[in-house]
Ligand binder design. Structure first.
Ligand SMILES: Cc1ncc(COP(=O)(O)O)c(C=O)c1O
Length: 475
């Protein structure tokens, strides 16, 4: 420790930055997860991470690893891998697992990374080169942004998320948080591609490449990219074949497609998508990630992806867990869960729609999206996400508030994640808690009266919090 005290120098600067964050209500802190709450929050959509049969199978795998057929870990390491894949961390077992995964997803090859974050950063940072352009969904995950920061691509251009949704108006949108004078307009994917080919002769002529980055299933809205549209427009705007689509399937693997193979397989687009990033930390119930791509791309990544090269390879227990979880997917043991999940999602959405219709809250108070959800993620838009989430927690349900900058300002919400092992009763009780929160605290009149100071209503802590949350009341 330097001779500086905590009130000066770097420590003081850090403290000041943290204080600023805290005063904006955005300080991140670690909390031990509450096991007494019903999980409507985690990404463990198929409930794999708590599955007793899966755990038993992993333990057996770990215990008898020396006798395992096919291949036991050839280097006989029971725990850590011993180094980077390029040094001592490789094994027959990891290569066997990569083949198993790539074959399940209908890809020529797969390369494992320690996380899907690492996979995205590694891929995006090393593949696009000078003269190339990366076009990315405005709502793309932070890992793609971090990869782009390291990339030598000449330009990185966002396009409007709404322009690639099913039944979407394919138009440009104004970024809501960017108020005048310099409001930024995010163009649609079609327009971005059109302008690019008009402006850049290298792109038009096919000598420079365009990488188009999208997610399959977006974790904040639970919506799904129209990959058929993306593939078709890329083909038509870049007829020389220099458009390469990268799909992040971190949230869709296990959930979408036959057997949980993901959205690309569901749509039969394996040959149209240049690379897929899959994650094992969500529905697969483990941790880690992989890139599904051609054998040439795999070898390129082994040579250039720094998040692959300069890190210790996954431990054997991690590989064993992924192996066992994939056995569940491949053998169809997870199909019943997927079907159950779909039933529960539809049920929960219907209940929330009914609630919306019967109580008719203001848009700021609560908004449920119209159509039936296409994923286990149901966003409930509200200007009072912290209050609602707190109320749900007090009622026994873990539901998280999602606020800016994770989502754009004005699109705050709570995010309800349904899991295969949630029950109808749990969903009923959650909806009842939301209903109570709505009717007790957040009626339009209440808020308006409070804002105008025309009421003497004695406020409960929750109600006061909900007002303070938005800076709408000076109390
Ligand atoms: C879309 C998307 N891509 C990538 C990642 C990173 O996944 P992982 O947790 O495996 O690093 C996440 C997870 O937060 C994600 O939501």
């Amino acid at each position: 420790m330097s001779s500086h005290s905590l009130t000066e120098g770097l420590e003081a600067t850090l403290q000041e930055r943290l204080g600023r964050r805290e005063s904006q209500g955005r300080l991140r802190q670690l909390h031990a997860p509450r096991t007494d709450l019903v999980d409507f929050s985690s990404n463990d959509y198929l409930s794999f991470s708590q599955d007793k049969d899966l755990r038993k199978a992993v333990i057996e795998h770990l215990t008898n690893f020396e006798e395992q057929q096919p291949p036991s870990p050839s280097n006989r390491r029971a725990l850590g891998s011993g180094g980077s894949r390029l040094l001592d961390g490789n094994s027959e077992f990891v290569e066997y697992l990569e083949k198993k995964i790539s074959s399940f997803h209908g890809s020529q090859s797969a390369l494992l990374f320690n996380s899907a974050y690492d996979a995205n950063v590694g891929l995006i940072s090393c593949v696009p080169g000078e003269g190339d352009v990366i076009i990315y969904d405005d709502l793309i995950h932070a890992s793609i942004h971090d990869g782009m920061k390291l990339s030598r691509a000449t330009r990185k251009i966002p396009f409007a998320h709404s322009s690639i949704l099913r039944n979407a108006s394919r138009h440009s949108v104004e970024k809501p948080e960017m108020k005048n004078p310099a409001m930024r307009v995010i163009e649609s994917l079609g327009l971005v591609l059109k302008q690019l080919t008009e402006m850049d002769q290298h792109i038009k002529g096919g000598s420079s490449n365009v990488f188009i980055c999208v997610e399959a299933l977006y974790s904040m809205d639970g919506d799904i990219a129209d990959l058929e549209y993306v593939s078709a427009i890329v083909k038509s705007m870049l007829p020389k074949g220099n458009g390469y689509i990268i799909v992040d399937e971190a949230h869709s693997v296990g959930v979408l497609g036959d057997g949980g193979r993901g959205l690309v397989c569901q749509l039969g687009l394996q040959d149209q998508i240049w690379a897929r990033v899959i994650g094992f930390g969500k529905a697969v119930g483990c941790a880690g990630g992989a890139i599904l791509c051609s054998s040439v791309a795999r070898l390129y990544l082994i040579n250039y992806a720094r998040t692959f090269i300069y890190t210790t390879a996954m431990s054997f227990p991690s590989l064993a867990s992924i192996n066992v979880a994939y056995d569940f997917l491949i053998t169809g043991k997870a199909d019943k869960r997927r079907n159950q999940l779909k039933l529960l999602v539809d049920y929960c959405h219907k209940r929330l729609k009914n609630l919306d219709q019967s109580l008719q809250p203001t848009v700021a108070t609560l908004r449920v999206l119209g159509g039936p959800p296409c994923s286990p993620i149901i966003p409930l838009f509200t200007s009072y996400p912290k209050s609602l989430s707190q109320y749900c927690k007090r009622s026994g349900f873990m539901v998280r508030p999602i606020v800016a900058p994770t989502v754009p300002l004005g699109q705050e919400r709570i995010r309800i994640c349904i899991h295969a092992t949630n029950t109808i009763e749990q969903i009923d009780n959650l909806c009842r808690a939301i209903e109570k929160w709505l009717s007790r605290f957040i009626t339009r009149n209440h808020i308006e009266e409070m804002e105008r100071g025309q009421t003497n209503v004695s406020m409960s802590a929750e109600f006061r919090d909900s007002l303070l949350e938005n800076g709408k009341a000076k109390i």
